[in-house]
Design a protein around this ligand. Sequence first.
Ligand code: PBG
Length: 364
Amino acid sequence: PGGTGHRNEIFAEMPAMKTSKYHHPQGSFPEVRLRRNRQHPWTRALVAENHLTVHDLVWPTFVQEGEQQRSEVDSMPGVFRYSIDLLIEQVREAQQLGIPAVALFPVVPPEKKSESAEEAYHTDNLICRAIRAVKQQVPNIGIIADVALDPYTSHGQDGLVKGDVVDNDATLDVLAKQAVALAQAGADIVAPSDMMDGRIGIIRKALDATGFHEVSILAYAAKYASSFYGPFRDAVGSASALGKSNKRGYQMDPANGDEALREVALDIAEGADMVMVKPGLPYLDVVRRVHESFSIPLFAYQVSGEYAMMKAAAEKGWIKEEAVLMETLIAFKRAGANGIFTYAALDVARILQQHSLGKCRIWQ
Ligand code: PBG
């Protein structure tokens, strides 16, 4: 009464008024007790703001030459490099568990590596053979193929080296050829992880010019120069090639957040269908900002070093592996990721299956 009708005044007069996302709660203790909603497993389930399902998962995995070959990655317990025949069995299992897509990475034998990475676009290279085999034998799962030259360069860089720099524009032609070779082999999504400027546009043009307008591009838009990639480089054998060099001349500086939004904006403008933030957990602020700034499917990559840290601490008995793993994944969802790349995808899918049968107690 006697007020101006201004919203703040109305709120002040009606402390019990329903709160929304945009207003802080007006009530207070002891009437308001947030613990009420946390009392039982069923109340917690009822009010949960985010959910993780098997459809949120992408399984990154490694393929090697040979037959009946399987080798564990030392720094990633439980993660294996599979020869194509064994890979098929694993991918079939992923498909049966309901995982929508796999991301395949090749372990290229040293003799196939060169300064100019020609092997990257040979249509009969390891990754193309793997993609063809998976497509043929496990048709109902998406195949995501990495576009970057590091598995193929003798120096381990993602692009061609001239002098002491990675030559952006010379690299683009090779990336375009690589993307077309992957599409020809049957990749559903190509995922440029190289961080060259302009690569999304060039790859989109190359795919369209060769009849692959249906092939999607998942841009590793905000990919940081991270030390969390160490175990991955062991897995694919690029660590020794890279030696003491680094990728700071093209991957992003961990100090930067605003710049990630520019990267994402450019990649969307150039034709990206989906974007990625990578690594995952240490960069959830970036995930959140991309989610709030753009309307495009957004993925986060729980990278090799994140996986290795969880495994190592669990092996020591210092953390509970399943519980910590599931907590990290719901954190990705809370931050705004649509999906998560995780090396633990198969285990997670099995955990979720038990959960839906009411057997899993980790959320309780
Ligand atoms: C290659 C590539 C890397 C990863 C995915 N694609 C390594 C790198 O950039 O050095 C890292 C994945 C991981 O650590 O799990 N361009």
